[in-house]
Design a protein around this ligand. Structure first.
Ligand code: ATP
Length: 434
């Protein structure tokens, strides 16, 4: 089993993810996406956006991060978005009580049975809006994107003339002052969420839940995640939020263990009802297909952390082949081609072929995120592209000048195939857009 350190180290070495503010010693639990990381992340977000909004019943929004403070009163976050916190009496380290065994020694200093009683810690970041430092200017950094969707429910429904069932999708930053962030980008204080709220007629939420469970599971599989590394975790008993009538998480087998990647929650009409109550506005939907009945729709939510899904993709793609065999060992990121940061690398055999190979590269670059590399032995260049996860490498050699063909090397099988240059784009399309 790969460990997280190997993944963190490859992510840094190859320009995927760097520690934030590294030259100042870093800022705990904050990470910056480097050039390959941002390509991977964009591809993932685009794939999610496409899966969600390239259908006639779901539209997108991009709400602001700051919202009226009453939003967080209504949603329950001001009063209830707490985690139980305990302090080690000996070293003063703080922990989330539900994530550690308080009868065991402190993970930090080893002191035994030395924890304070748990107390509630609110996870919202509070800041001031405007120059006047009075409490009326208190605002929060949103701890989830969902509320930006709920408060826009009627705006979207009426302007887009949507009938139930329909959904609203959003990708955006969220902030939580986590007590114990960690495991690389798994739990951070600033992260991105990809959330979709699907509004249905009350009574139809369980069918929607089943449909969305299947769609979301398949989406992760379509990203190349191996099914044996995914499982369902249904919320039962105390775990089920008081307003939800069903909830299940998709868990991934991370190096630190099985843990949540996405939540699929049936939230009833809780959020819209609370916003009606706190805003005093009527948020009811008029059902013209059912005798103009007025009611608050029920909501089925799918919520996935972009960074967590990306971490799962990094973990799943990471392979070391022929480990220990000096000659043949290779590290390869087996990204699904649709997600790979670079789709194709053009590698001329020698610098003497630069002119013709560059022309080919520029042509490919019009359609594919491509890279050109002429430095070092061809073997070294292949290895580098393997670690970036480039699905195909195109080698331009002296024969190419004669036969107008190139050698295409497949990342996963390492098979090489001669392909006519005028057929190359089609060849790549067939292997990338799958
Ligand atoms: P956890 O139990 O791990 O704290 P949660 O149940 O509070 O998560 P939700 O509120 O359901 O999480 O958020 C939806 C999704 O947002 C999660 O499934 C996860 O992918 C992502 N997410 C939540 N908190 C964080 C975080 N601190 N860092 C990165 N991603 C997060």
């Amino acid at each position: 089993m790969k460990d997280m350190q190997q993944i963190v180290s490859l992510a840094k070495r190859r320009g995927f993810i760097f520690q934030s503010s590294e030259i100042y010693g870093g800022l705990s639990s904050c990470w910056d996406y480097g050039p390959y990381g941002i390509e991977l992340k964009r591809n993932l977000k685009n794939k999610w956006w496409q899966a969600m909004t390239f259908r006639s019943d779901i539209v997108g929004v991009d709400a602001s991060i700051f919202m009226h403070p009453q939003v967080w009163k209504a949603s329950g976050h001001v009063d209830g978005f707490n985690d139980p916190m305990v302090d080690c009496k000996a070293c003063k380290s703080r922990f989330r009580e539900d994530k550690i065994d308080t009868s065991a020694p402190c993970q930090n200093c080893g002191a035994e049975g030395e924890f304070t009683e748990p107390r509630d810690f609110n996870l919202m970041f509070k800041t001031k809006m405007g120059p006047v430092e009075d409490s009326s200017a208190d605002v929060y950094l949103r701890p989830e994107t969902a509320q930006g969707i709920f408060v826009n429910f009627l705006n979207v429904q009426s302007t887009m003339r949507k009938k139930l069932p329909f959904g609203i999708a959003q990708i955006g930053k969220a902030f939580r002052n986590e007590i114990t962030p960690g495991n690389f980008i798994f739990r951070t204080r600033e992260f991105e969420q990809m959330e979709m709220q699907y509004f249905v007629k009350p009574g139809e939420q369980m069918k929607a839940m089943e449909d969305w469970k299947e769609l979301r599971w398949n989406w992760h599989i379509s990203n190349g995640i191996r099914p044996e590394n995914l499982r369902w975790h249904p919320h039962v008993g105390d775990e089920l939020a008081h307003y939800a009538d069903a909830a299940e998480d998709i868990e991934y087998k991370f190096p630190h263990g099985w843990d949540e990647m996405e939540g699929i929650h049936s939230r009833t009409d809780f959020d819209l009802r609370k916003h009606e109550e706190f805003s005093g506005k009527n948020l009811k939907y008029t059902d013209v297909q059912d005798g103009n009945k007025k009611y608050l729709p029920y909501v089925l939510e799918t919520s996935v952390g972009c960074d967590r899904a990306l971490l799962a993709i990094l973990c799943d793609a990471f392979r070391i082949e022929n480990e220990g065999d000096k000659e043949n060992e290779r590290t390869v990121m087996k990204f699904h081609p649709s997600l790979a940061p670079i789709k194709v690398a053009v590698l001329p055999l020698t610098k003497k072929l630069n002119e013709q190979a560059t022309a080919l590269f520029h042509d490919l670059q019009k359609e594919f995120k491509a890279e050109y590399d002429v430095a070092g032995s061809i073997g070294k260049r292949y290895r580098r592209q393997d670690e970036i996860g480039t699905p195909m490498c195109v080698t331009f050699d002296f024969d190419s000048l004669e036969d107008n063909a190139v050698t295409v090397r497949d990342r996963d099988t390492m098979n090489q195939e001669r392909v006519a240059i005028d057929q190359l784009k089609n060849y790549l399309r067939d292997r990338i857009y799958i």
